[in-house]
Structure formats: C-alpha cells, structure tokens
Design a protein around this ligand. Sequence first.
Ligand code: ZN
Length: 501
Amino acid sequence: MEEKLRELKTRLGEIKDIETAASVLAWDQMTYMPPAGTAARAEQLATLQKTAHALFVSDEIGHLLEELQTETEGLDYDSDEASLVRVTARDYERERKIPDWLVAEMAKATALAHNAWVQARAESNYPHFQPHLQKIVDLNIQMAEALGYQGRIYDALLDLFEPEMKTAQVAQVFDELKTELLPLVRAITEEKDAVDDDILFRDYDEEKQWAFGLEVLRQMGFDFERGRQDKSAHPFTTSFSTNDVRVTTRVYRNRFRTALFGSIHEGGHALYEQGLRPVLERTPLCEGASLGIHESQSRLWENLVGRSRGFWTFYFPRLKEIFPEQLDGVDLETFYRAANKVEPSMIRVEADEVTYNLHIFLRFELENDMLEEKAKLSDLPEAWNAKMKDYLGIVPANDAEGLLQDIHWSSGTIGYFPTYALGTLLSVQFYNQALAEIPEIPAQIERGEFAPLRTWLQEHIYVHGKKFTPAELVKRVTGSELSARPFVEYIRAKYGDIYGL
Ligand code: ZN
C-alpha cells in the first residue's frame, strides 16, 4: 500500500503544481497584469487547466485509486490516507464524467462571455450579453446531464461547489430564512432614520486606510511571512501553498467600509488557508471543505468579529488616532451603529448582514428557472427586477446595477451563489459553538486578543482540510446540522438592539 500511496501522491502533487501555477497567473491577472495581456493569459490558463485535467482523469490514477480503495478499507475513516483516497476517488469519478469537448467548449465560451459581460455592464446593455449567457446555460445543462442527478438538475451543479448539498435542502433553509427576514427588513426600513452612517463617507486617506487594514490583519493572526495583501478590483483570496497565501482588497477615499471589511473578510479565508496542515500539502485534501465552509470563515471574521461592538471597543480609539478630524466628536456607539446600518441596496457585495441573503435567494431562484428552462433569457431583466421589488422593495435603474452586476454567470458558474448564504448561516453556528466552549471570547475580542478564537477554528475546522463533506464537518464541530435558526436569532438580537425593535 505504501508504494501505491506514494505513487498516487507523486502524481497528485504534480497536478497540484500545475493548478497552483495557474492560480499564480490568475492572481497576477487580477492584480498587476497590464490589460493588454488578457488574450495571452487566457490561452496560458486554458493550457494549464486542460493539462491538469487530462493528467487527473488518466487511467493510471483510476487504477491506483481502485487498488487503494480496497487496501485502505481497514483504516480509520478520518485518517489522512483513507481520506485522501476517498476524496480523490470522489473527485475522479466526477471529473471522468465530464467529456473533454465540454471542458474545451466551456473554456472558449467563458473567455468570450467575460469580454461581452465587461462591455455589456459598462454600457448597461443586457442584449449584448444575452447570447453568451444562453451559450453558458446550454453548456451548464449539458454539464449537469453528464454529471447526472436524481432530483433537480441544479443538484448536479451545486454539488461542484458544495459537495452533497441538495437543491431541496437549500430551498427549505431559504424559505425558513425568508419568513423571518422579510418582515424584519420591512420593520428596519420603517426605522431607517434611527441609524446615520454619513460619518463613514467622509474623506479617509487611502494610505492610512491601507495601513490600518494591515494592522487588523496582523492582529487577527494573518502571517505576513507567509502571505501578503495587494489591491484588485474585486477582493479575493488565493493560496499557492500554506506558506504563501494572498489576499486583496480595494480602497475608496469616501467609503470607509469597503477596504477594511474587505480585508477582514479575505483575512478570514486566508487564516483557513494558512491554517491547513502542511502534511497535506500538494494533495487534494489541502484546501477548504467546500465554498460554503470557506465562506463561513470569512463571514465569521467579517461580521461576528469585525462588526461587533467588542471589536470596535478595542479598535475605535485607535481609529480616532489615525483619523482625528474625520471622527472628531464621534463616539463608539455612533460608529458601531453606522458600521451596521441596514439599507436595501442594489449591489450584493455591498449589502449589510440583514439584506445580504435576499440577494442570494433571487439568484438561486433565477438560476433554477434558467436550467429548467422555465424562463426565457430575454425576459431575465424583468424577472430580476420583479424579484428585487419583492425581496428588497427597490428596482435597479438599469441592468448594470441589476442582473449584470456579478461576474459569476459570465465565468460559466451556475450553482455557486447559494454557498454565500450557506456560509453566512454556518458562520453563526460555528461561532456559537466556539462561544459555548470558550465563553471568554467576546471579552478577549474587546482586548484585541484574537488568538483563542483563531486557535479554536484551527483545531476544529482548519486542521481537517477537505477530509469531510460540509455536512460531516458541521456535525462533527457543532453536533447539529445546517440550520437557519441560529443566524435568525443572532440577527434578531443584534438588530433588535440597534433599531430598538
Ligand atoms: Zn468570501
């Protein structure tokens, strides 16, 4: 077994190296590459991805996995060896079902769609993007058919991002959330003048904002010997090894929230990546359990820590030192409330904690309609706007701030959006569990001591890498299943307090 395991790891390591090289190129594209490099970079990325895919679905890997599945039967389910074979076999079966021509078609379609989307968004011209979206929906339907599914067609695609999650379960959790959130958003909207966030739109020097973000990241435990922060149009995290994790953010002079909460959010993703066990390096286990679990880590730091009263008890005096004029006469409570203002808005990535999930419901429902061909794509703007009105009570002035706002569809991904909401729900479940085990966490945060929380996350979540499915991990850590209830209770308590409801 040792010999075959070594052989498997060698092959997987080489594939991971190619994938990582592609990640470096993608990171460069988003940060420093001059715009004219786009076409060549698309070719380079496609070549690396195709090569990695071909090496992975090879017969040799299939044989090794088959033999190792029998030989690892006696090992503990959560041992590194049994987990490596189990998780790799699952990925292998899935990837083998996707025909090469479909991979190539998707790569080509998304390269064209991306450019069309950039232009369509700039001109707020949905008809320009629609034929590309049609192509992407068609290819996703073929992808789902190739992968196979038992219930809804959406299941096949959702599984790519959130292993073993089912559309029916997402729909049920979302329905429960809707029942609670919609009346709450209405009640808060009636009290909207109770919170004024004008102070966050004053003139904040960009370099000082940047330096403050680095200070917070360092205090959270982000290791700058093993990572760095750069600027990009859309914040993201990527990892080249546990010793080289990159985060990005963007800075606006007159919008204080954007840079800092971007840094904290990506910092949460990065702590997960830096906290993976080095022994899993260069294997498929050396990553987060799923996109939803990954998002639970970023949302936990961004919201439960970064938007908490305790966090600002520690940081507000420091922030006043950095921005004495901008925050002259502002007290902690005013700042805390401003940072947490709830307001229905058009753009998902800028939404507050309460309205954020409403943006996800809309996308989840429209994606299902597209795949099940219940909606004509020519009617998509009307469908989008009608749902915005239903959920948020506002309607976009144009398609740029409506259905053209997100990059996901142009990049070929359908089935990804629910993971944002699932991660948000899980962030509260995980945080509650940490509090149950270490009740001092809020007091520690007030003193700027984040190590106990980070260590708890390390020992309970990071350490497992991708060994477990999301459901297995949630059960193992919290003893329960995914649920909307803890999030709803958290939101009710926090915003009931802020808005006096
Ligand atoms: Zn995220």
